[in-house]
Ligand binder design. Structure first.
Ligand SMILES: [Fe+2]
Length: 218
């Protein structure tokens, strides 16, 4: 039996005309993203090659291990970029409607939407290379903001990413100096597609049906 992973396809995003994030930046960023898709597919293919005889031989283990570690970097790079581009749009807005499900969920977890936003922005300003991600705990429905180092370190298993902000310098270097990351973060918020963020928010009842709540309570 031959192992074969379905290859991922590069997705298209129509984002020209954003406020404060130039088309030039986006074109460059789309190319970087396409590289993550290509590399994820290449690693899948190489790993499938190791599995073609149904086992990992001892002499294959070092190379197989290195490829498998890189897979976490490349595949999270692919998915995070899709989530990032996916939560932007031309004509976006700084904040969601005050009575929207996301704004209410943020206020429920943080005391107020403004406090949630201060936390998310604070994470986005952290020194280092990575991402700010607001995720939903599937077992409680609560929201948390996390710093992701590079693409793969800092995710909480099973949490649903709702709002994803790339703060690698390539995301803004053509538009802002490295020290002006806060200006890029302001620009990011002017372009958020809150309807997409809302669509990623799972109903608490649905989330708790995942079966993990009972496991955690034990
Ligand atoms: Fe990026």
């Amino acid at each position: 039996m031959t192992t074969r992973f379905d290859p991922y396809r590069v997705r298209e995003f129509d984002l020209s005309g954003l406020q404060g994030i130039s088309d030039e930046t986006l074109e460059m960023h789309f190319k970087l993203y396409a590289g993550y898709v290509k590399e994820t597919n290449r690693l899948d293919e190489l790993i499938a090659g190791f599995l073609s005889d149904g086992q990992i031989d001892q002499e294959e283990q070092p190379a197989y291990s290195e490829l498998s570690r890189r897979r976490g970097f490349e595949s999270n790079g692919m998915v995070l970029h899709e989530l990032y581009f996916g939560n932007l749009k031309k004509g976006g807005s700084d904040d969601p409607p005050a009575n929207s499900a996301f704004a209410r969920a943020a206020a429920e977890s943080f005391g107020s939407f403004a406090t949630w936003k201060a936390d998310f922005i604070g994470i986005g300003k952290m020194r280092g290379v990575g991402w700010a991600v607001c995720s939903q705990d599937p077992t409680t429905g609560g929201l948390r903001n996390h710093w992701i180092t590079l693409h793969e370190a800092g995710h909480v298993a099973g949490f649903r990413p709702l709002l994803v902000m790339d703060v690698w310098e390539h995301a803004f270097l053509l538009d802002y100096a490295p020290a002006d990351r806060p200006k890029y973060i302001e620009a990011f918020f002017r372009n958020v597609d809150w309807s997409v963020v809302a669509s990623r928010l799972a109903a608490r009842e649905t989330a708790s049906r995942a079966g993990t709540e009972a496991a955690r309570a034990r």
